[in-house]
Ligand binder design. Structure first.
Ligand code: GDP
Length: 703
């Protein structure tokens, strides 16, 4: 198969708050792109209607981490009639999976952000929006559900402007609203669009209805003002009142979107089949192709220097694996995005994070996922996304590259898990299945960790929230048929210190035969929250030979993992090894490791150790009449209220509260509000546990 033109490739995500309509929009996208593609292939003999009937029976689902579809934008565009190749990268729906959201944001080039036309900007849209800012993802917005009672395009737009970005610009307005919502006015083409046929598949272009001309004119003026401000030439024309062409607007708007200066806002109702095709046009018109973006940065593993790669098939191959998924048909499926070069099936690639130089990963098959089918392909090119099977050592976030031209793309940073549960297989047979399931699930999800409790030998799973772990336990049952007993969720506390100390560590045993001799002096110093662990070697004049220094670091790390207060891992500390002594015969790595570990433990106990707990950010929503009860309940949970606001006829409470107080909140909120309250919760930061509670935890009363 010949290479697809890269300028006609789009790697996009559809992102939204839960319930805003992401699934419905995605389903429509796959449906319309399916039709568009079939129309292009009428020679195959199947008519559009036949195909639609089949689709309706089967229903389209997005289950793949990346789905490829094809779209030929409406007439009147540059390069008219060209087909675009759109890879839709799945972004997970729940906030507990922020790591997955980040991972997908890393590989997509642009995004469609979907909003509920009644609720406007909701908590999670805000979080994901900020993350997309972090990864510099150009965006278009889609205000959905305009058919719903209470829907209001202007209010939706206003909330985007207020909460997310001043750069939002309406390029459409709805014709009618709520039950009268019947179509869309495009402010750029100055035409009205209706969506006819069973599923709105026929887009009919007409003139703007006379009664809406004035309103459309005012909106168009605002739009032109914003777009023209981004281009000197266009601004001149605008100020002189000259005619501005559709093509001019599109060009300037495209440039501004790619530079994160403007975010065009579209509208419609996915459920009522209105507007989605115009959003697909917008994806082609305004979102970047892989060549529109700056070169991708990575690190040369040999020199640790920054290097870049271009989406060019002639450059050496480099790709990022962004998701490992277990697939019922082929086993473990690794999705990757090619940043440079190309890859043919049957070839070998190198993984600089796991490879020793001798082992390479063989690319047995390359798969492309479509809505309902998967296709084997022979080759994948720069800028494209595909999946492969049978990789042995490669995990999420790893780079695959050419061995002679190595690169490591920045590994996404994943938040630490904040919650743990104990899990115990019901039978011996389950034991093995459990091990297998845990391995597969941790491979897939970097925010999911598993460890063994050193004292009890039990297995402990940690993740990002109660729901996250619930879903994983449920998947273990359903996908891996593991029967297990699951304990109560526990907070993943951490320990740290508040003061700096200097401490000696001596491990000397010299009584006959070969002895042990390790002797160190270390400085222990608190570091800023969230900055982790740092080990500094300040040994001068060979007080300790270089070969023993890594052993000291290892001992320090092992001691930190055990903690000194209540057995939780210590974080945010700088350890400087600055003095010590050694013995020609008796010194060994083991002795220095023990000395390091002893110094850390003894020192930390004097350095005012404290416990840290995860503080969550919560946004709870409920009808007015329950507001008092919900607020009171949050107060009892050590909640600190930051803001309350009205959203439609609902009250919204934003607060922070320790995770330990939030267990079972879903049930509690449900019963307080007769099932009408909702909430989102995400990890905020680690903070000091109050004195009295620390005492209880240390004494084991709260564990
Ligand atoms: P997701 O959670 O973001 O994937 O949202 P879904 O697509 O599952 O939609 C959530 C609910 O909103 C479902 O009951 C949909 O039928 C409904 N929904 C989605 N789009 C629209 C729309 O345009 N209008 C109306 N009235 N309901 C919609």
């Amino acid at each position: 198969m010949p290479r697809y033109p890269i300028e006609q490739t789009r790697n996009i995500g559809i992102i939204a708050h839960i319930d805003a309509g992401k699934t419905t929009v995605s389903e429509r996208v796959l449906f319309y792109t399916g039709i568009s593609h079939k129309i292009g292939e009428v020679h195959e003999g199947d008519t559009v209607m036949d195909w639609m009937a089949q689709e309706r029976e089967r229903g389209i689902t997005i289950t793949a981490a990346a789905t490829t579809c094809f779209w030929t934008p409406r007439k009147g565009r540059e390069g008219e009639g060209r087909e675009f190749w759109i890879n839709i990268i799945d972004t997970p729906g729940h906030i507990d999976f922020t790591a997955e959201v980040q991972r997908s944001l890393r590989v997509l080039d642009g995004a469609v952000v979907v909003f509920d036309g009644v609720a406007g900007v909701e908590a999670q849209s805000e979080t994901v929006w900020r993350q997309a800012d972090g990864y510099k993802v150009p965006r278009v917005c889609f205000i959905n559900k305009l058919d719903r009672m209470g829907a209001n395009f202007e209010k939706g737009l206003e909330s985007i402007l207020q909460k997310l970005t001043k750069s939002a610009v309406a390029v459409q307005i709805p014709i009618g609203q709520e039950e009268n919502f019947s179509g869309i006015i495009d402010l750029i083409t100055q035409k009205a669009y209706k969506f006819e046929g069973d599923r709105g598949e026929n887009v009919v272009e007409t003139d703007i209805p006379p009664e809406l001309r004035e309103k459309a004119g005012e909106w168009r003026y605002k739009m032109l003002e914003q777009v023209a401000a981004e281009d000197h030439g266009l601004l001149g024309k605008f100020l002189e009142g000259k005619e501005i062409t559709v093509e001019e607007i599109r060009q300037v708007l495209r440039k501004a979107v790619l530079q994160y200066k403007l975010v065009p806002v579209f509208c419609g109702s996915a459920l009522k089949n209105k507007g989605v095709q115009l959003v697909l046009d917008a994806v082609c018109d305004y979102l970047p192709s892989p060549t529109d973006l700056p070169p991708t940065e990575g690190i040369d593993p040999k020199t640790n220097e920054k290097i870049t790669r271009n989406p060019d098939d002639t450059e050496p191959f480099a790709a990022l694996v962004f998701k490992i998924a277990s697939d019922p048909f082929v086993g473990s499926l690794a999705y990757f995005r090619v940043y440079s070069g190309k890859l043919a099936k049957g070839s070998y690639v190198f993984n600089p994070l796991t490879g020793s130089g001798k082992e390479k990963e063989r690319i047995g098959r390359i798969l492309r996922m479509h809505a309902n089918t998967r296709k084997e392909i022979d080759e994948v090119f720069s800028g494209d996304i595909a999946a492969t099977v049978g990789l042995k050592k490669t995990g999420t976030g790893h780079t695959l590259c050419d061995e002679t031209n190595q690169i490591i793309f920045e590994k996404p940073v994943f938040p630490e898990p904040v919650i743990s549960i104990r899990i115990e297989p019901k039978t011996k047979a389950d034991q093995e299945k459990l091990i297998n399931a845990l391995k597969k699930l941790t491979d897939e999800d970097p925010t999911f960790r598993v460890k063994e409790d050193q004292e009890t030998g039990e297995t402990i799973m940690s993740g990002m929230g109660e729901l996250h772990l619930d879903i994983l336990v449920d998947r273990m049952k359903r996908e891996f048929s593991v029967e297990a007993n699951v304990g109560k969720p526990q907070v993943a506390y951490k320990e740290t210190i508040c003061a700096a100390v200097e401490q000696e560590g001596k491990y000397i045993r010299q009584s006959g035969g070969r002895g042990q001799y390790g002797h160190v002096w270390i400085k222990i110093k608190p570091k800023e929250r969230g900055t982790g662990f740092e080990f500094v070697n300040a040994i001068k004049g060979g007080a300790i030979p270089g070969e023993y220094i890594p052993a000291v670091e290892k001992g320090v790390k092992e001691a930190m993992a055990k903690g000194v207060l209540a057995g939780y891992p210590m974080v945010d500390m700088e350890i400087t090894l600055y003095d010590g002594s050694f013995h020609e015969v008796d010194s060994s790595e083991m002795a220095f490791k023990i000395a390091g570990s002893m110094a850390l433990q003894d020192g930390s106990k004097k350095a005012k150790p404290i416990l840290l707990e995860p503080i969550m950010k919560i946004e709870a929503t409920c009808p007015e009449e329950f507001f008092g009860d919900v607020l009171g309940d949050l107060n009892r949970r050590r909640g600190i209220i930051e803001e309350t606001e009205e959203r439609g006829n609902l009250k919204v409470i934003k607060c922070t509260s320790p995770l330990s107080e939030m267990f079972g909140y879903a049930t509690s909120l449900r019963s307080l509000t007769q099932g009408r309250g909702t909430f989102t919760m995400e990890f905020g930061r680690y903070e000091k546990v109050p004195e009295s509670i620390t005492q209880e935890i240390v004494e084991g009363k709260r564990r």
